[in-house]
Ligand binder design. Structure first.
Ligand SMILES: Cc1cc2nc3c(=O)[nH]c(=O)nc-3n(C[C@H](O)[C@H](O)[C@H](O)COP(=O)(O)OP(=O)(O)OC[C@H]3O[C@@H](n4cnc5c(N)ncnc54)[C@H](O)[C@@H]3O)c2cc1C
Length: 441
């Protein structure tokens, strides 16, 4: 039984730990906070509970696969529900569209309401990603890739010079459609001119498989996996930070932590599930990359009753403008008529968030009974890095990201900073890729 030390207990580290433990490895998880969960840990105050970061996930199959392959099926521990409306976009000209999930026909109808022919433009744009998905899932997303020997069809996509901003300008003449298509990347902290066109396949995943939320919040995923650490006998060291890898003859021999060195033994391995910039032994290998930064976040605890037009909001509302505001409405409130919202702000916020919301006719100033404001630096400090992974800086970024392998033979990379990137589906895939390359004990 080989020893594997997993560094970082966010979703990436948790998923990797339970998978490897099920494969028979002796796993030690090192987590700097007082409990695992990372960005999935909820924020709680005065009886309100808000998702710490993610509120929903694409590709529920990735989550189901993780739970099945590391113990009991997800349905036995989590309640997953599809979102009828993934998000509502409100544009500066007063028009709006509710983006339905999991249905081409419903998306066609929704975009047709914005103007004649726009539904067809949208579904044609999305359909163009079907081949990208099939090729990349086979050679990059679901199987460990070999960057030096990529099949031509996969390399043609991953190395393409076409960026998303250009693709959207070419295929979507209506600016509102471009805003909808670009939103997941703007929300991930990126500039569309630097995001490769192929990554726009998110729109295809939304249309084909829908978006899913976990009843009770995504913190439930962290809680279920944390319980599973014990079932799978993963040794979990909390309040312990990894400070570096101890290298001998080009291999990792130990992990240096704030609680001393953890020896790996002769066949041991390390999985870095944090930003590799934070470990001096890996830092040089990612020196050309930068992290994507989270937006300022405002958790609002609202006392009801709220006006009618604010009670039937979808799970996510995007208010376009400068700043663009994203309102997530499905936190938990202590009373039935209260609400727990989280607002993310992108762009120039020059006034209080409540006033900025009120300008969009979402005036909750008289309902706020508690709030938690968190700036980007504070969030990165709280999470020990950015859960949004590596900032897209053109086509090369995909090859500059580590994972599942790293240049150090027995060191692997998972999590948002690793292949294939940030977001729960991709982070879940990164753990599956590492488990595949390490294999059974
Ligand atoms: C505002 C926002 C909204 C989001 N919304 C969505 C969404 O709706 N859907 C979606 O799919 N994704 C969403 N995401 C992305 C998703 O939350 C992340 O990609 C994912 O949670 C990252 O998991 P991770 O394990 O890679 O990182 P993290 O959760 O950041 O975990 C890293 C862990 O490592 C620990 N750590 C750090 N340094 C050390 C060290 N030196 N030693 C030991 N431990 C250490 C940290 O304490 C932390 O627990 C969102 C992200 C943000 C910021």
């Amino acid at each position: 039984m080989a020893r594997v030390v997993v560094i970082g207990g966010g979703y990436g580290g948790l998923a990797t730990s339970v998978r490897l433990a099920k494969l028979g490895h002796s796993v030690t998880l090192v987590e700097s906070a007082d409990a695992p969960g990372g960005a999935l840990r909820p924020v709680e105050l005065d009886g309100f509970s808000w998702d710490g970061s993610a509120h929903a996930t694409l590709l529920p199959a990735v989550l189901r696969d993780l739970f099945r392959k590391s113990g009991r099926p997800a349905e036995r521990e989590l309640e997953l529900e599809p979102l009828d409306v993934i998000r509502e976009h409100r544009f500066e000209d007063g028009t709006r569209v509710r983006l339905p999930g999991g249905s081409r026909a419903a998306q066609l109808a929704a975009f047709d309401e914005l103007g004649p022919g726009l539904g067809q433009h949208w579904v044609d744009h999305v359909a163009a990603y079907a081949d990208d998905w099939e090729v990349l899932r086979k050679h990059y997303l679901e199987n460990p890739w070999n960057p030096a020997a990529l099949p031509r069809e996969a390399a043609a996509r991953l190395d393409s010079r076409e960026m998303l901003a250009r693709r959207l300008r070419r295929t979507l003449k209506d600016e509102r459609l471009r805003l909808v298509a670009g939103h997941p990347f703007v929300a991930g902290g990126h500039h569309l001119r630097d995001v490769p066109a192929w990554s726009g396949l998110t729109a295809y995943l939304e249309q084909r498989f829908g978006a899913w939320r976990v009843v009770g919040g995504t913190g439930e995923i962290a809680a279920a996996l944390t319980k599973r650490l014990a079932t799978r006998r993963v040794e979990t060291l909390t309040s312990t930070s990894a400070v570096d890898l101890v290298l001998r003859d080009g291999r990792a021999a130990a992990v240096a932590t704030t609680a001393g060195e953890i020896d790996l033994g002769p066949d041991g391995a390390v999985v870095c599930a944090i930003d590799p910039r934070r470990l001096p032994a890996l830092h040089d290998h990612v020196r050309r990359t930068l992290p994507a930064l989270p937006p300022p976040m405002f958790h609002l605890g609202l006392a009801g009753p709220l006006p009618d037009h604010l009670t039937d909001l979808p799970a996510e509302l995007v208010l376009h403008g400068d700043p663009t505001l994203v309102v997530r409405t499905r936190g938990r409130a202590p009373t039935a008529d209260g609400a727990a919202w989280t607002v993310h702000s992108y762009g120039t916020l020059l006034e209080d968030i409540l006033l900025a919301l009120a300008r969009h006719r979402i005036d909750v100033r008289d309902h706020v009974v508690t709030r938690v404001d968190l700036g980007a630096a504070e969030l990165v400090g709280r999470w020990g890095g950015s859960p949004l992974g590596v900032l897209w800086a053109g086509r090369r970024t995909v090859r500059q990201r580590l994972g599942p392998h790293t240049p150090i033979e027995n060191v692997y990379a998972a999590g948002a900073h690793a292949t294939p990137g940030a977001g729960l589906p991709y982070v879940g895939l990164s753990a599956a890729l590492v488990a595949q390359v390490i294999g059974p004990a």
